[in-house]
Design a protein around this ligand. Structure first.
Ligand code: GBH
Length: 439
């Protein structure tokens, strides 16, 4: 049981929860197909053989879900706008209704414009997809911009590149290893072009949600340190450096297509804030010459690093280690590396998968990570908000419905929503924090 009250977060700190379209909406007949539909249809791609055709049926139950948000007491809701729904006749109407419902409930809408469900037929290996994404962004903003003032361009281009195009665990299922690098570059370019398009339409509060975590070398041996540094480039610096410093880490630009120098000017459009999705640190060592297992993935032997097990910490149902203090380390490390170039930070995702309605482990996870976040703020990192992943149990990509990340339990047979203990706990935290902010 967690009993000590959390330290006070500053007035104006934004409390929220996150979801994504493909993981909760369902209503597949009311949108065009995405690469995830095609991927899911291939046998063996999704562990329990499930699809996202219905998911949490949020498309039809959004009113009930917004009521859950309102009763939870969050300031903001991060959801994603499904690009293949926007391309479908009448698809934007759904987001119009959702945003109205959120505004009426006093919950600020924070849409993400791409969370992995690329329209089928588009391809991030093609440079043109970046321009298409900017058009998509402009179209959504044109419709919702009178009620939405904060935007997120992309969700985790790193994971989409790595899992979707390098290792084949996510849609579109390619196993290109390092030949997947153009996918990273084109997403970053898409981000920059979207920032310009959104600003041209009057938007003033734009960020991105990147997946980051500290990389720990397996030992002090130079070969382990070198391998860990390489992994750190792939997960962290490949994305943060171009966005925040306007350059790629050494050796990367030469591997990318096109006029990289001129693209970097677009990619480095100043951001109003920088979103970080944090889950866990990764321990990395020199290659061991064999395949290795990593979060349900098989990493090929030819990679110049190997991922090692982190011992000595509790693990979630997914097997991910629970290391709250690595969030403090991550944030202070970012502040050191990027200095004044780092805009205010928002934690756009943090959460864990556990079974059960009385989810004391989730409470302990969130409590620990909020304390770690507060410690980073006390050490001088400017953090403006925190979003829990996720409001609801949902379609966890290649894991299907087996992993439950929600504050609210979903019975996929009846679609009944049942708030878990963590939901009530967060509700109390938010009430307590509001009281503190009033002084
Ligand atoms: C996010 O990605 C996604 O944005 C979201 O859609 C998803 O539902 C959510 O997280 C939960 O998965 O084996 O211990 O090293 C998270 C990216 C990449 C974080 C893999 C955990 C490996 C854990 N994840 N990583 S470990």
């Amino acid at each position: 049981m967690v009993t000590n009250p959390l330290p006070a977060f500053p007035p104006g700190f934004l409390w929220g929860v996150s979801t994504s379209a493909h993981q909760i909406e369902g209503a597949v007949d009311k949108r065009d197909a995405s690469v995830w539909d095609a991927f899911t249809a291939e046998p063996g791609r999704v562990k329990d053989g499930s699809t996202a055709e219905v998911a949490c049926d949020h498309y039809h139950r959004y009113r009930e879900d917004v009521a859950l948000l309102r009763d939870l007491g969050v300031d903001a809701y991060r959801f994603s706008v499904s690009w293949p729904r926007v391309t479908h006749e009448g698809g934007l109407d759904f987001y119009d209704r959702l945003v109205d419902e959120l505004c009426a409930a006093g919950v600020r809408p924070v849409p993400t414009l791409f969370h992995w469900d690329l329209p089928l037929g588009l391809d991030w290996l093609e440079r043109d997809t970046a321009a298409r994404f900017a058009d998509h962004a402009a179209r959504v903003a044109d419709r919702l911009g009178d009620r939405v003032d904060r935007w997120i361009t992309l969700n985790e281009p790193a994971e989409h590149t790595l899992l979707g195009h390098a290792l084949g665990a996510h849609a579109p299922g390619r196993t290109l290893l390092f030949d997947a690098l153009p996918v990273a570059h084109h997403q970053l370019l898409a981000h920059g072009l979207a920032v310009r398009a959104l600003r041209a339409g009057g938007a003033t509060d734009i960020g991105i949600a990147n997946s980051h975590g500290p990389t720990w070398p397996a030992s002090g041996r130079p070969e382990d340190v070198e391998a860990a540094d390489f992994y750190d480039v792939l997960l962290n610096r490949l994305f943060a450096d171009p966005l925040l410093l306007g350059r790629y880490p050494d050796g990367i630009a030469a591997l990318l297509p096109g006029d990289v120098e001129s693209d970097l000017k677009v990619i480095a459009e100043p951001l109003d804030w920088y979103g970080i999705n944090y889950y866990q640190p990764t321990k990395v060592g020199a290659p061991e010459g064999t395949e290795s297992e990593f979060s349900g993935l098989t990493l090929p032997a030819e990679l110049p690093f190997s991922v090692r097990k982190i011992d000595g910490y509790p693990v979630t149902d997914f097997g991910w280690p629970v290391v709250p203090e690595a969030l403090t380390e991550l944030l202070t490390g970012f502040r050191e590396r990027y200095g004044e170039r780092l805009p205010p930070v928002v934690i756009t995702e943090n959460g864990c998968s556990y079974e059960g309605l009385d989810d004391q482990e989730r409470i302990a996870f969130l409590d620990g990570h909020l304390r770690a976040l507060h410690a980073a703020m006390a050490a001088g990192v400017d953090v403006r908000g925190y979003f829990v992943w996720s409001l609801l149990d949902n379609f966890e990509w290649a894991e299907g419905y087996a992993r439950r990340f929600g504050l609210v339990h979903v019975d996929y047979g009846t679609q009944a929503r049942t708030p878990k203990s963590s939901y009530r706990w967060l509700h109390n935290v938010l009430r307590e924090q509001a009281g503190k902010a009033r002084g």
